[in-house]
Design a protein around this ligand. Structure first.
Ligand SMILES: Nc1nc2c(ncn2[C@@H]2O[C@H](COP(=O)(O)OP(=O)(O)OP(=O)(O)O)[C@@H](O)[C@H]2O)c(=O)[nH]1
Ligand SMILES: [Zn+2]
Length: 355
């Protein structure tokens, strides 16, 4: 395997040269667990930790390596390396931290394409596709829609679903597949390009694991298994969150990826709901919320049937979420600032007490 098979490219190589990282080996982080990493190079897989310097200079979580990162490493023991630096990230998929309001947690980096997987049975929901689309647009990851389990419906039903999606979502490829019958899998494989990195987005049960196994051509280990040695319950076995597929694509599948769901960026929404954003320029009020205002171009378009009402409602919902998220970030910043002031004040008074 070469570094290029792992996604290494000229931009990364130029960075390496610019930064004089010649004395280091280069690898890609393929899994992460509590600041322990597995780094893959062209020849090896190493257990890795970060060097003290990197830890001390890290201001926030995002300064630490994440799955998908390119890193400069040195070997310090057999199969053990230290991570000295993280290369600049081309794309970042992140989500709001569960514990800390307003803080973002990186799920994976350097992803080129996302497969938005949806099953055509009871899971089918265009609002949800739109939501994942907004996430892709936020992260600059190119979306591809996968309609899975088409063995459960007939041709006519499938055609109808596809046209429903196309009506609302333009210019995103749609691939209909079945892991059961293998229909569409060959077409899907044509989208897997050598050296490009992919991820799977979609709700539980849509068939992401099945597809992953299907594409990788082998039965991969489930990440969580019961440890037989301790019988103490769930034990995370050594797992790979990034794998190189037979036809050259690289697939990232980690637990966090499956919980990505909140849209928290304006640009992501703007690119997903272009028509609405374009229309809103004609609203009477600059800060129109497109809900109750007079002379609202968006409401007018909805009532004329020019905008799909479901799409409109979905937009409002995500907009609200985004606002909520932004407000908590702002609040957090304010709290941090206040704390900073307090510490400053404390130091000052302590100093003045000294003399
Ligand atoms: N009929 C049919 N069933 C499928 C297909 N693909 C997957 N399934 C089934 O759907 C169920 C869920 O599949 P998974 O691959 O575990 O779904 P997942 O998206 O990985 O779910 P999480 O691990 O919870 O995120 C399993 O019982 C699969 O066998 C398909 O193409 N057709
Ligand atoms: Zn309006």
């Amino acid at each position: 395997m070469t570094l290029e098979d792992l996604g290494y490219n000229i931009d990364l190589e130029n960075y390496r040269k610019d930064q004089n990282l010649d004395s280091f080996e280069v690898g890609r982080v393929i899994s992460e667990h509590k600041e322990r990493y597995v780094v893959k190079t062209s020849e090896n897989e190493y257990n890795a930790e970060i060097i003290g310097n990197l830890r001390f200079s890290a201001h926030e979580r995002s300064d630490f390596p994440a799955v998908g990162d390119w890193v400069a490493i040195t070997e310090y023991d057999e199969d053990k390396v230290l991570i000295h630096s993280v290369f600049p990230r081309k794309t970042i998929v992140e989500r709001q931290s569960v514990g800390k309001q307003g803080e973002k947690q990186i799920i994976a980096t350097n992803i080129d394409f996302a497969f938005i997987v949806q099953a055509v049975d009871r899971d089918f929901n265009i609002n949800r596709i739109e939501r994942y689309l907004a996430i892709c647009n936020t992260s600059n990851v190119r979306p591809i829609i996968i309609l899975n389990k088409i063995d459960l419906i007939n041709e006519i039903e499938l055609k109808e679903l596809i046209s429903q999606v196309q009506e609302r979502i333009k210019q995103v490829p749609i691939i209909a597949i079945s892991n059961e019958t293998q229909k569409g899998i060959e077409r899907l494989k044509e989208y897997l390009l050598k050296g490009k990195t992919y991820c799977l987005l979609g709700s539980s049960g849509v068939g992401k694991s099945t597809l992953l196994n299907n594409l990788s051509g082998k039965q991969l280990m489930k990440t969580n298994t019961i440890s037989t040695s301790t019988k103490k319950g769930r034990h995370v076995t050594s797992h790979r969150e990034l794998l190189v597929l037979e036809n050259g694509g690289i697939l990232i599948d980690n637990p966090g990826m499956r919980e990505v769901g909140i849209v928290d960026s304006t640009s992501g929404l703007e690119r997903t709901f272009e028509t609405i954003i374009e229309l809103s320029k004609d609203c009477k009020f600059m800060d129109c919320t497109h809900t109750t205002e007079i002379d609202c171009a968006v409401l007018a378009a909805v009532s004329k049937g020019e905008i799909d009402p479901n799409s409109y409602e979905n937009y409002l919902k995500m907009e609200k979420e985004k606002e909520y998220f932004e407000s908590t970030v702002a609040e957090k910043r304010k709290k941090d600032k206040d704390l900073g002031k307090m510490i400053k004040h404390f130091k000052k008074t302590r100093k003045s007490n000294k003399y």
